[in-house]
Write a protein that binds this ligand. Structure first.
Ligand SMILES: [Zn+2]
Length: 278
């Protein structure tokens, strides 16, 4: 299992070195966001298996947000065939078997992904050491454990004090139970990506902020990353991702970003159908 992941990392390192060589003046980087998919437990293990097979058939290399960030820190963008997959709404207090089956489907295909952990759920708040042992085990296998906030509240509705509870406490809980601090925050509902205070507060604990609606490129501190729900037909994966992540030119990036901001402001709804109810 680990050997293929190592091959992928070696390839990434090679591409990284080439990119560094082409950027000797160390100008500020602006990278195109790799195709990125957001999943929840309803996606299920059967489709996760199909997705893994399609990812391999399409020639993608899966990466975690932490790996993309490590490349960024070295002055490189993610390779052209990188693909980011994340699963949201896991917990260290309870764990659906579907989540484990979905993660297994990727590991069995030697693929990696990122998990968004919510610290406290309404019905169960006590952390389960056995679940954290499982998270430690898959962390060692290349799966990234990211924060998905403390309570999954809409960040833009919170006071500064409440926002710090959501971001700082969830960060510290993962540090404590995983023994390794998270570097990535997945925003609940993708909410707050265009709110300077939300991003500023998050940047005190996290290097990468993952949303849903966001620009098609990443640059600066922290990195801000766009995602999409999965395609309806797994066989359409590459066509779907090319449509949503490959802008035809830089001008188009700007137009798309403005349109997305307008939609977000008007509806408070993200493309997965979840709403921050006001
Ligand atoms: Zn969520």
């Amino acid at each position: 299992m680990a050997s293929s992941i190592r091959v992928g990392l070696a390839l990434i390192f090679l591409i990284n070195a080439v990119t560094l060589g082409s950027n000797p003046d160390k100008e500020p980087l602006q990278c195109q966001t790799p195709p990125s998919i957001m999943l929840h437990s309803d996606f299920g293990a059967w489709r996760m298996n199909k997705l893994a097979e399609q990812i391999i058939a399409d020639g993608y290399i899966t990466m975690t947000y932490r790996q993309v960030r490590e490349l960024w820190d070295q002055g490189s963008c993610a390779p052209d065939n990188a693909l980011l997959v994340s699963i949201d709404d896991l917990s260290g207090a309870w764990l659906r078997s579907t989540f484990v089956d979905m993660i297994d489907a990727f590991l069995e295909h030697e693929l990696v992904l990122t998990l968004g952990i919510v610290s406290v759920t309404p019905d169960v708040s006590t952390q389960d050491p056995e679940i954290w042992d499982y998270f430690k085990q898959i962390d060692k296998q290349g799966i990234e454990i990211a924060s998905h906030s403390t309570h999954h509240f809409c960040p833009t509705w919170l006071s500064q004090e409440e926002l710090e509870v959501e971001f700082y406490d969830s960060h510290d809980l993962i540090c404590e139970y995983l023994g390794r601090c998270p570097e990535t925050l997945i925003l609940p509902f993708g909410n707050g990506w265009d709110d300077p205070n939300v991003i500023e507060t998050a940047s005190h604990r996290f290097k990468t902020i993952v949303s849903i609606v966001a620009p098609l490129y990443y640059s600066g501190e922290p990195l801000l990353m766009k995602r999409m729900p999965p395609p309806g037909e797994i066989g359409e994966l590459k066509t779907f991702l090319n449509k949503h992540f490959l802008p035809p030119n830089n001008l188009q990036i700007g137009v798309n970003e403005v349109n997305h901001r307008k939609i977000w402001k008007n509806n408070k709804r993200h493309s997965n159908g979840e709403i921050c109810i006001e």
